[in-house]
Design a protein around this ligand. Structure first.
Ligand code: C2E
Ligand code: CA
Ligand code: CA
Ligand code: CA
Length: 276
């Protein structure tokens, strides 16, 4: 704009142009990545009060050629905007269900639960419930070992659609966890209407347990709330024994975080199970 000559009309300045190009390139790379199966699931252990592994959260990673292993924060937002999250999320769910089916065939792993993240756009698609049912059906995974992680903002987008879809899947046995709990604005009366199984305390509250008394009282409140609604509560982002011990004191009995294991490839997760 500024540098534009007298008779030229420019709508984009070079920086904006660059950002638009980079976005388009990333979107094309994502599309290719899906076709060429460049995505993998990493598995982060979830543990009980004794540190025993009860399951895992499946987390997307992109093995992008010439970029190495790329984490979801750098591609999920664009995948959501472009709609690619729908096929990507479907791939993640099918992959997770195949893993669950395999675990179900072995007594040593049959009790493990697998949590899968679901994005708003994916959940509110017309065919979401059928997609989940098909993934369970074709893989042979037991529905009650599958836990879908939903966020508050997702749940608030279309309350009737949300309640209907959750109830249908709940009847099939699928479990639900409310991810990043405490960061949104859900009203309690609304949350009561949802067939939830678990509240997940956001890692931002866990991080500052030692130093921030506000976070301490928020955690107390969440645990009390979960108790009163008979929901399980899990804390994410647990990195230190101080944090774990505080959470235990507050009667939070399920944990996830670097203290117990980072997200890892399936082979590493399985060998971790054997040594645990
Ligand atoms: P999230 O669902 O809140 O997942 C937890 C994030 O915290 C993960 O980041 C995990 O690696 C990280 N984390 C776990 N323990 C610790 C810890 O002790 N300390 C710290 N500092 N971080 C910890 P990741 O894998 O980079 O995933 C980021 C986000 O991407 C996820 O946040 C989730 O919102 C999204 N995501 C990942 N996989 C999928 C997917 O398959 N579908 C969708 N829709 N979103 C996904
Ligand atoms: Ca999650
Ligand atoms: Ca989370
Ligand atoms: Ca989070």
């Amino acid at each position: 704009a500024k540098a534009a000559g007298r008779n030229t009309l420019r709508f984009f300045d070079p920086e904006m142009q660059q950002a638009v190009t980079a976005r388009a390139e990333l979107e094309a790379a994502l599309r290719r990545g899906l076709q060429q199966q460049q995505f993998v699931l990493y598995y982060q252990p979830q543990v009980d009060a004794d540190g025993h592994i009860t399951g895992a959260e499946a987390l997307l990673r992109w093995q992008r050629p010439e970029h190495g292993l790329v984490g979801p924060v750098s591609f999920i937002p664009l995948a959501e905007e472009s709609g690619l999250i729908v096929p990507l999320g479907e791939w993640a769910l099918y992959t997770a269900c195949r893993q669950l089916a395999e675990w179900a065939r072995n007594p040593a792993t049959a009790r493990l639960q697998l949590a899968v993240n679901v994005s708003a756009r994916q959940f509110h698609q017309a065919g979401f419930v059928e997609m989940v049912r098909n993934a369970l059906l074709y893989s042979g995974a037991p529905a009650h070992r599958l836990k879908l992680e939903l966020t508050e903002s997702l749940l608030l987008q279309d309350v009737d659609d949300t309640v209907r879809k959750m109830n249908t899947l709940k009847q099939d046995g699928v479990c639900f966890s409310l991810d990043d709990f405490g960061t949104g604005y859900s009203s309690l009366s609304y949350i009561k209407r949802l067939p939830l199984d678990q509240l997940k305390i956001d890692q931002s509250f866990v991080r500052d347990i030692d130093s921030n008394s506000n976070d301490v009282s928020i955690i107390r409140t969440i645990v009390a709330l979960a108790d009163s609604m008979q929901l399980q509560v899990i804390a994410e982002g647990v990195e230190t024994t101080t944090q774990r011990d505080f959470l235990l004191q507050q009667h939070c009995h399920a944990f996830q975080g670097y203290l117990f294991g980072r997200p890892m490839p399936i082979a590493d997760f399985l060998s971790r199970l054997q040594t645990a």
